[in-house]
Design a protein around this ligand. Structure first.
Ligand SMILES: [Zn+2]
Length: 304
């Protein structure tokens, strides 16, 4: 499972967020749909595999759990519209991005229960209310579930999407593939969720930033990428935990892309981000928030 609910904060946590935690509570999570206990796996910071949540041995999801149904919806969604399912599933196709208040950074000296999320929201007092099945599409706390929905549901990109600062209010209009149409390096006047294939070389890091090379930009006649776009993650003010999330995800998606070459050549490693095009160098996009960048493996389908 890609996400689970934190038992203490009642927040839905994406597995990648585990990289951000100073310590991970193996007994702190439950299925976001049915409430069955699940455990976090593959979250070690030096483990180059994407984290996930899994049921404990000899247990199963409770009756009425959405997890299996959601898998079927994702499979169906690659072949045609699954709009009705998406309208009534909370997590498959988020309706908006809402960044949580992160006034206090994760502090390893805090008690465990309060360090389990990147934010310091208090425990909800109305936790019992969510026993009722949530209806409708929920908000995402990072762009990752939104980008996953963009890849997963090519026939449903007319679904509404509200991302602060972005004019396009559907999936289709909010996203922009860099290098599409072979126009060389373009100047983008408005903010969008930009994405491109990750280039093969590793990202370069120093104190100030992480520079991620993209496989998009200006190509020569000989089909060589002569001026590539890149993403500069400006992280000089970040905690080491936030840096870990972005560094690990970029490295993991790179590995996933290399492996996919043999297994499923249509799958590609994509970097998605919301960033500002650099004023002096239009090949560079500056990203300043770890929740506004992610790396996902997937097959990109365009529907005309
Ligand atoms: Zn479940």
């Amino acid at each position: 499972m890609e996400s689970a609910r934190n038992k203490f904060t009642r927040e839905i946590v994406e597995a990648e967020e585990l990289w951000q935690l100073p310590s991970v509570d193996r007994n702190g999570y439950e299925c976001g749909s049915c409430g069955m206990d699940v455990y976090p796996a593959s979250y070690q910071k030096n483990n180059l595999k994407r984290p996930y949540f899994s049921l404990f041995h000899f247990t199963d999801h409770r009756d009425g759990c959405d997890v299996e149904g959601n898998k079927k919806t994702v499979a169906k969604g690659r072949k045609g519209s699954v709009r009705d399912e998406l309208e009534t599933s909370p997590g498959l196709s988020p309706s908006r991005l809402t960044l949580r208040d992160e006034r206090v950074a994760v502090d390893p000296t805090l008690p465990v229960s309060s360090t389990q999320t990147s934010s310091t929201r208090s425990v909800r007092s109305d936790a019992h209310e969510e026993k009722a099945r949530p209806v409708g599409r929920r908000a995402a706390n990072t762009i990752r579930p939104i980008c996953r929905a963009y890849l997963n549901f090519p026939y449903d990109r007319s679904m509404s999407l509200d991302v602060p600062g972005i004019d396009g209010k559907t999936y289709l209009s909010a996203f922009k593939k860099l290098g599409a149409g072979n126009k060389g390096i373009e100047q983008f006047a408005r903010a969008q969720i930009f994405y491109a294939e990750l280039a093969w070389p590793k990202a370069h890091e120093d104190e100030e930033s992480l520079l991620i090379p993209l496989s998009a930009g200006e190509w020569s006649q000989e089909r060589k990428l002569v001026r590539p776009y890149s993403v500069r993650v400006c992280w000089s003010q970040w905690s080491k935990y936030k840096k870990t999330v972005v560094r690990n995800e970029m490295e993991v998606v790179r590995e996933e892309g290399i492996k996919a070459k043999k297994k499923n050549p249509k799958d590609r490693a994509y970097v998605f981000f919301i960033g500002e095009q650099d004023e002096s160098d239009p090949t560079v996009f500056n990203v300043s928030d770890h929740r506004l960048i992610c790396g996902l493996l997937g097959t990109l389908i365009f529907v005309s």
